[in-house]
Write a protein that binds this ligand. Structure first.
Ligand SMILES: NC(=O)c1ccc[n+]([C@@H]2O[C@H](COP(=O)([O-])OP(=O)(O)OC[C@H]3O[C@@H](n4cnc5c(N)ncnc54)[C@H](OP(=O)(O)O)[C@@H]3O)[C@@H](O)[C@H]2O)c1
Length: 235
């Protein structure tokens, strides 16, 4: 299968990409810039290719979608890149708008996987231009659910990887790092009936408790409208 993993220079994205390459898949990596891209390719020499774009930059993200489309249709895209302890604008751009833009502008893959977080449970479902990390992780679950509704031919799901010891999670994170990326790999590639579903929120390959406001169709559509307003890109 041909799979794009955003933010695969480090952390869970790199680990998922490594597993996918090991399993024989054609993996296109993504890094924020050329220097990080070189490091990504050095860490994963079996990768098929590398794309670069700073996801905090709307125009660079649009250009990334165009570059990705040069590879044809991906079987799966893992929207993994994310930021945590930073300002509202960076959170909004990297965690919410970038996956929205890539989803809207890339050729439609068979499977879409979005990295959410258990912290989405305290996210605010009403739109704000100044979101917290939790808000953006609720946005991404709402996006997955909106896509499951609007694009029935696609499997679109969100994942809570657990609190795991990456650069973001910190060295003391208590959860299992391997389990932190296996669900994304499974959703991207497995023909297990459990993975061939849409609009679900997973933790360790099982449906998990989520913020029910993510099911609200009006809130989903409002989110899509705000993303379109801020990016100039319609789904
Ligand atoms: N770790 C956890 O405990 C945890 C818990 C819940 C959810 N998550 C989610 O899991 C995903 C992966 O997290 P992680 O723990 O692997 O974090 P990480 O180690 O900090 O890795 C994040 C990745 O995103 C990339 N990235 C960040 N900002 C970017 C930008 N502006 N442009 C392009 N790439 C950018 C990073 O690139 P650089 O390496 O160049 O910075 C890195 O490759 C995130 O969406 C996160 O919210 C993680």
């Amino acid at each position: 299968m041909k799979i794009l993993v955003t933010g695969s220079a480090d952390g869970l994205g790199q680990l998922a990409a490594k597993q996918l390459i090991k399993d024989g898949h054609k993996v296109v990596l993504h890094a924020r810039n050329t220097a990080r891209g070189e490091q990504a390719l050095k860490a994963l020499p079996g990768a098929a290719n590398l794309l670069t774009a700073d996801l905090a930059d709307i125009e660079e993200t649009k250009a990334l979608a165009e570059q990705a489309n040069a590879f044809g249709v991906f079987d799966a895209v893992i929207h993994n890149a994310g930021v945590y302890q930073t300002g509202a604008q960076q959170l909004l751009h990297v965690n919410t708008l970038a996956p929205y833009i890539l989803t809207a502008l890339m050729h439609r893959p068979a499977r879409l996987i979005y990295l959410s977080s258990g912290m989405h449970l305290s996210g605010r479902p009403e739109w704000t231009d100044k979101p917290s990390y939790s808000d953006t992780k609720l946005h991404i679950l709402m996006l997955a659910k909106a896509l499951a509704r609007k694009w029935p031919e696609v499997y679109a799901n969100a994942v809570d990887p657990g609190w795991v010891p990456t650069k973001m999670g910190g060295a003391g994170a208590p959860d299992d790092l391997e389990l932190g990326y296996q669900t994304q790999v499974w959703l991207a590639t497995s023909n297990d009936p459990g993975a061939l579903v849409s609009g679900q929120y997973f933790h360790h390959q099982k449906s998990a408790r989520y913020n029910k406001s993510a099911d609200d169709i009006l809130l989903q559509d409002h989110l899509l409208a705000e993303c379109a307003r801020l990016t100039g890109v319609k789904l």
